[in-house]
Design a protein around this ligand. Structure first.
Ligand SMILES: [Fe+2]
Length: 144
């Protein structure tokens, strides 16, 4: 069984970003469970749409927060975020033509991709932002 839990390794130390990463993992897990229970493409529509909305909100939040800070690798992160969303749409637009097994494999590939990206690029950039926040005494997401 695939593990979708929020591993300590994925934590950035930024409350809002960590909460969003957790929501995305929960959304991926829900989709995985629904696929394994044999839901059809039509039945999955709402779950996929919800996950897409979560991802868009998260990527927008993270990119907006980091945009002016000059974190190296930021351009790569933005490009990867866009490609990730396209892959998610592709995996589920092909569901029906592709088998459930192929769709599950596509979803697990996306989950690994998300987790690896969180562990490396997202975590590094958010920790960089956390350092700047501490230096200037302000929260970049406006929560203080
Ligand atoms: Fe992120």
């Amino acid at each position: 069984m695939e593990d979708f839990s929020m591993n300590a390794e994925y934590r950035t130390g930024h409350e809002l970003i960590d909460a969003q990463h957790l929501k995305v993992l929960v959304g991926l897990s829900q989709l995985y469970g629904e696929l394994l229970r044999g839901k059809t493409k039509e039945e999955l529509y709402g779950t996929v749409e919800n996950l897409e909305a979560l991802l868009k909100l998260h990527f927008f939040t993270e990119e907006a927060m980091l945009e002016t800070l000059g974190c190296s690798g930021m351009d790569e992160m933005v490009a990867h975020d866009a490609v990730f969303l396209r892959h998610l749409q592709q995996v589920f637009s092909d569901y029906g033509e592709n088998s459930t097994t192929e769709t599950v494999d596509g979803l697990l590939f996306l989950k690994s991709w998300f987790v690896e990206h969180v562990r490396h690029v997202h975590k590094r950039c958010v920790q960089y932002a956390n350092g700047i926040e501490r230096m200037v005494g302000l929260r970049l997401d406006g929560t203080n």
